[in-house]
Design a protein around this ligand. Structure first.
Ligand SMILES: Cc1cc2nc3c(=O)[nH]c(=O)nc-3n(C[C@H](O)[C@H](O)[C@H](O)COP(=O)(O)OP(=O)(O)OC[C@H]3O[C@@H](n4cnc5c(N)ncnc54)[C@H](O)[C@@H]3O)c2cc1C
Length: 469
């Protein structure tokens, strides 16, 4: 069994650490933020008191997709129980749709189940579960570099260096340091070649607000969690203990909509969307939180067919992160953590070169397509929003975009297609899997291709601008 050092106690770090500790590896997590979580049952303290400067999005809306829940149920069932015990929200994202859209529930619809909570509550539960699983979490330790075997070109990482100059040795370092991870520069400082890196602004800005129910009830969901309108997307996310959040996502270039940062204008805008308005009719527990400048980022530790270093891998946002409005980050991290766990079952950590290559191969084969598909959707959506702002129709040579829009529209009228669309949104099926079903594409084209660009009721751009003027 190996001594594994996980850098970062975020959702990816804690999930990875637990999977590896279950396989009896000695797992140490080092986390820069010094404050630990309150007891998981004290959800109010986690929400309002826990300082986590290392995670910008700590108090921003999060929703755990059915895919994440599937991974948890199968791999870490104790987390599910612990989440349920603290008042997390248990929902079925298909059942949330109006019955006229989805028809009666069917056997198999339980694949749309999930359990979710506000991010601090999730992390407090995961942190306690990790410690119960034997993971050592050391907080208040900032990693500042790597120790290596001294070889240049392809150094082997032998541990990490911390801000106070201490070296912590490890058989394997797992970087879960998030989207701003400094791993690339640490590796280069150790003489390694630069990782392959792609980086660009995702182009979206989020205006989100959390609410608490006056009655303990969640608002009725009248459509899917994410809904597209002229110039913006609205996202309505159930949370734990009678809380939820509402997010308006726009193109960050759309200066005319920047007034959404002001609560009165934000509310005036939300009021113009009949499927969303009632979600904001409750007690706000935050202001309107704004997050922009989020980068799509991808880092690969194999360049030109060779690892840039061995003894180190990256999981979660440190490996790849995207625009978060589709809520896939935590699910992708758990999928990738599972690949690492499986690989360590068949490859000795001491077989450094093989481990580096095979983890890269597995991540590239299994997780990278999920990352690319997310980027694909984001690019089209952003271009569509730019066309909305310019008052033109969005045209693309890529036939998959109009088909994906048609699938949503067709799902408003056909319960099978509602399941197809919701499977993609829940991250439990890919568009190819859904559209490849017998007769599916024909039904999508027949029912959806002539639908309006934005089939749900809501403001036009002109009405939205007037509302927030
Ligand atoms: C606005 C927003 C909303 C999102 N909503 C969702 C959602 O609804 N659903 C979803 O699945 N995902 C969502 N995500 C993505 C999700 O937050 C991440 O994918 C997820 O947290 C996994 O991240 P991580 O653990 O890799 O990194 P992080 O959560 O960023 O954690 C990294 C950790 O590493 C620590 N660290 C960094 N550097 C060092 C160092 N040098 N030394 C020691 N510690 C260090 C940090 O302090 C931090 O604790 C959202 C992201 C954003 C930005």
């Amino acid at each position: 069994m190996a001594r594994i050092l996980v850098l970062g106690a975020g959702l990816a770090g804690l999930g990875t650490a637990m999977l590896l500790a279950r396989d009896r590896h000695e797992v140490i997590v080092v986390e820069r933020d010094s404050a630990g979580p309150p007891p998981p049952a004290d959800t109010d303290a986690a929400w309002s008191g826990w300082q986590r400067r290392g995670v910008n999005q700590f108090r921003l809306p999060h929703f755990m997709l059915p895919r994440w829940w599937q991974e948890m149920r199968e791999e870490l069932p104790e987390v599910g129980g612990a989440l349920q015990a603290v008042g997390s929200c248990q929902v079925n994202v298909l059942e949330m749709l109006p019955v006229e859209r989805r028809g009666p529930l069917r056997p198999g619809d339980e694949r749309f189940d999930t359990v979710t909570a506000r991010r601090p509550v999730l992390e407090a539960v995961l942190s306690a579960a990790a410690e119960a699983a034997g993971v050592t979490i050391r907080r208040g330790i900032a990693v500042t570099g790597l120790t290596t075997d001294g070889r240049t070109r392809i150094p082997r990482v032998t541990g990490v260096l911390t801000a106070d100059g201490t070296a912590i040795p490890a058989d394997l370092v797992v970087d879960c340091g998030g989207r701003r991870s400094a791993l690339g520069s640490w590796l280069q400082a150790a003489g390694a070649r630069a990782p392959v890196e792609e980086r660009s602004d995702s182009g979206f800005v989020y205006y989100g607000r959390h609410f608490r129910s006056r009655t303990g009830e969640q608002p009725a969901a009248l459509t899917n969690l994410l809904h597209q309108y002229d110039s913006l997307s609205a996202i309505t996310l159930p949370g734990d203990n009678g809380t939820w959040s509402v997010v308006l996502a726009t193109a960050s270039r759309d200066k005319a909509l920047r007034g959404l940062r002001e609560p009165a204008r934000w509310h005036a805008a939300v009021a113009r969307y009949p499927l969303v308005a009632h979600w904001a009719d409750a007690e706000p527990i935050t202001g309107v939180d704004v997050m922009a400048g989020i980068e799509d980022r991808y880092r690969r530790l194999v360049a030109d067919g060779e690892p840039v270093a061995t003894g180190v891998v990256a999981v979660g946002d440190a490996w790849a992160s995207t625009n978060p409005s589709v809520g896939r980050g935590a699910s992708m991290a758990m999928i990738q953590a599972g690949l690492l766990r499986d690989l360590l079952r068949e490859t000795e950590p001491a077989d450094h070169d093989k481990l580096a290559r095979r983890f890269d191969e597995a991540s590239t084969r299994v997780v990278e397509p999920l990352y690319r598909a997310t980027l694909w959707g984001d690019r089209h959506r952003l271009a569509e929003m730019a066309a909305d702002a310019a008052g033109t129709a969005y045209r693309t040579e890529d036939p998959r975009w109009p088909v994906s829009k048609a699938l949503f529209a067709a799902g408003l009228a056909d319960p099978d297609l509602a399941r197809g669309y919701t499977s993609i949104a829940a991250f439990i099926a890919t568009p190819d899997e859904v559209l490849g079903g017998a007769g599916v594409i024909d039904r999508v084209l027949a029912l959806g291709m002539s639908a309006p660009q934005y089939p749900l009721p809501g403001a036009t751009r002109g009405e939205l601008l007037a509302a927030i003027a």
